[in-house]
Write a new protein. Sequence first.
Length: 405
Amino acid sequence: MTPDTTAVPVAQAAAPDVVSRPDVDRCALERLAAEIRRDIAAGAYDGVHMILARGGDVVADTVLGWHERATGRELGTDAVFRVLSLTKAFTNAMALRAIGEGRLALSTRVVDLIPEFLGTDPFHMLRKDRISLVHLLTHRSGMPPTPNPGLGPERFGVLADVIRALSEVDVLFEPGENLNYAPAINHALMGEMVRRAYGAASFRDLARELVFDPLGMDETSFGLPAGLRDRAVPLKAYLPEGGFLQPGDIECLNEHITEDAEMPWVGSVSTARDVLTFAEMIRRRGLHDGRWVLAPAVVDQATTPQTGDMPNDLYAQMAVARGWEIPRGNFGLGFSLSGTGTAPGFFGPFTSPRTHGNYGAGSSLFWVDPERDLTFVFLSAGVMEESENVARFQKLSTMAVAAAL
């Protein structure tokens, strides 16, 4: 039975800069919006702010559903989202800028800047000693693929405490030998490496200096500023029992992403418009408003495959559980890539192979298709189970790219 989609709220204040282009199929955009509306009506998630741009022109800016379904509050055009692991894109950009400025190299070892990370266990010291920045960016560090960086969630926002705890966390694999998506540890270490490389007192303030201020991302921050709190969409997890993540793993972040929290892996807030600004800078190979925020040579390499035929162990397990073909991991330097083939993936099998972007657990995504000059941003209220999220984004990414003529 087809779900009733008429009850799904639609924000009325359309963005003033949406344009029609002859190389974009308006009927395809209408189908995309209708499909999102059906998903929301069926209870898959509560609401969404979706933007599609071509050549820098916004061709769709759609806000549907609820800010919080349980209270009936409708999603607004100015909604602020806790973007979960899409946060990693911002930390990646800080590291890539540090590389371009000569403060870090791909070969810089974690212990070169964080000597206490080595710990005291002789067996694990040998492996920890070899973990470098390139291993962190490509999810090949060998550290445990856990959402918990080694301490209680009430301390997640204190980066110094997280780094101290990681000195006691053991390496599971030889660095460089397998790709296993790291929800927390890699980017906690990366954020601290960048902070120390610049000699900054605060990771949060350094992010603003290196990325957010140069891009004019005034509504993006590590931690949730008091001035954005009323517009912040609460995290609501729709997850099955016994999965990799439980609702409490996600929803506790409503409390722990505080104003002064510094979580380089999961702790930022943003709007769809700000994420579009960031993604458009990447599409332009580091350029924003006449200023090079990142070096184009660095962006080019970062958006090129770096992990060969390695599968992504975490998503390979999901694929096996669903009876899907196991995809290649397809990572660049911090960016997930579309790659080739027909295995299920976030960007779908019809984007160009070098399509690149980042995503957050069950909820958020952006990608840039450089061949089609297409940028897609999708931030949702409501966190889905991750294999369902892959299926959702495979569908919607395909429908989005189908609009490019």
